[in-house]
Write a protein that binds this ligand. Structure first.
Ligand code: PMP
Length: 433
């Protein structure tokens, strides 16, 4: 077995050491700190296409893509040029601009359930706004979510919330009022009985159901079509609102998001990441009848100084335009399937248990036998092995999400050659871990 290549990260270590005195945990978002894989984070210098470079000059093939937004490849020239042109016209108006209509029309045109949309500045903001809207619309207070699904860090959603919360071993967060947490009910993903039981026990009290239509925040977990169909039927029968949180899946797994891919139409949808093309954007939308409750059309208050700002709209418009071209989603599916099939085959060659998959440019794998159909199954994964694999891949020049409980992302800039180099690296790492 060949020795690992030597990875020098001296500058990263120096910068992170200083950051720990300046920022809580040295970061501005927890998973970036590499707590679950160890070794300290790689500090980025620049990104382009499928690659990122750290401050020590190391180059990596990147499968995080800024956690999803970089679907056209980092620093896509068309997106960059559009942003450069917009800078000269102004970066923030705090007033209506036509770009908001352009992006709204693109979203409404593509996403089956969306007839009207409100832009905000992050996925968290989209989800907390939609929660208020579900409550306002139904006059009910309880909300049903699934264990291991993450919907941003609003109080009501920090209950069995997956991702960073699992990685850090914080099942809930201090600071969340008990009364708020009590209004959040949690069911098991892909398990309709667990949903029916909660509806039966809370008759007429559940405002809505929110879920990741493909889970990315406890690793990559796909729903069965029956599960999504069943949720649609239960919500309709119970007078509850069905919300797909498409912050991660939106415009990534299909042109019309997960709802188009599975052919299930929710009442409300949250979006983020891709529609901002690398700028801070979130959005929520749905049926006009519900969206007309939002101020100033209706009484449900929600606002934002930077909402719909022209830089964010510009990046989103260009990104969706590029994704609308023929072959975009075919490319994502082709390279990503090749990647995940190759990684799984390489693991098996070296007798490592692995299960995984992809839909379009979203993928994931767990170091366990599988199948993984919910968060509870995902806990069987060997996280210590994942940490060794992650470090080994960094040494080989491949940047993966630093947690077993995160999905991976490819982009239009990832080539078959990048994927093949990644698989070859994985084969060498599997031989030595
Ligand atoms: N919902 C989902 C499904 C997400 O994956 C995320 C972020 N990873 C969020 C909401 C929150 O988005 P943001 O980090 O932009 O606040």
């Amino acid at each position: 077995v060949a020795a690992p290549p030597k990875l020098v990260t001296k500058r990263s270590e120096e910068i992170f050491k200083e950051a720990q005195e300046l920022l809580p945990g040295g970061v501005n978002s927890p998973v970036r700190a590499f707590r679950s894989v160890g070794g300290g984070p790689i500090v980025f210098d620049r990104v382009k296409g499928a690659y990122c470079w750290d401050v020590d000059g190391n180059k990596y093939i990147d499968y995080v893509g800024s956690w999803g937004p970089a679907i056209c490849g980092h620093g896509n020239d068309e997106v960059n040029n559009a942003l450069k042109a917009q800078i000269d016209k102004g970066t923030s108006f705090g007033a209506p601009c036509e770009l908001e209509n352009v992006l709204a029309k693109m979203v409404i045109d593509r996403v089956p359930s969306v007839e009207m949309v409100r832009f905000v500045s992050s996925g968290t903001e989209a989800c907390l706004s939609v929660l208020r809207l579900m409550r306002a619309y139904t006059g009910r207070e309880k909300v049903l979510k699934f264990t291991g699904c993450y919907h941003g860090h609003a109080d009501s959603f920090l209950v069995k919330a997956g991702s960073g919360v699992i990685t850090l071993g914080l099942p809930d967060s201090p600071g969340v009022p008990k009364s708020t947490a009590a209004a959040t009910l949690t069911a098991t993903y892909n398990n309709l009985d667990s949903v029916r039981e909660l509806f039966a026990a809370n008759k007429g009290e559940i405002a809505g159901v929110i879920l990741e239509p493909v889970v990315g925040n406890s690793g990559f977990i796909v729903p069965t079509k029956e599960f999504l169909q069943g949720l649609r039927e239960i919500c309709t029968a119970e007078g509850a609102v069905l919300c797909f949180d498409e912050v991660m899946t939106g415009f990534r797994i299909a042109k019309g998001c997960a709802q188009e891919h599975f052919g299930i139409t929710p009442d409300l949808t949250t979006m983020g990441k891709v529609i901002g093309g690398g700028m801070p954007v979130g959005a929520y939308g749905g049926k006009k009848e519900i969206m007309k409750m939002v101020a100033p059309a209706g009484p449900m208050y929600q606002a934002g100084t930077l909402s719909g700002n022209p830089m964010a709209m510009t990046a989103g418009i260009k990104t969706l335009e590029i994704l609308g071209r023929p072959g975009a989603y075919e490319h994502l599916e082709k390279v990503t399937k090749r990647l995940i099939d190759g990684i799984m085959a390489a693991a098996k060659e070296h007798s490592h248990e692995i299960t995984g998959g992809n839909i379009s440019g979203m993928f994931g794998f767990f170091f366990c036998k599988g199948p993984v159909t919910c968060f509870e199954d995902a806990l069987a994964a060997d996280t210590a092995k994942f940490a060794r694999f992650h470090r080994g891949m960094l040494e080989e020049g491949v940047y993966l999400a630093p947690s077993q409980f995160e999905a991976g992302f490819t982009s239009l800039a990832h080539s078959e050659a990048d994927v093949d180099a990644t698989i070859a690296a994985a084969r060498r790492v599997f031989a030595r871990i």
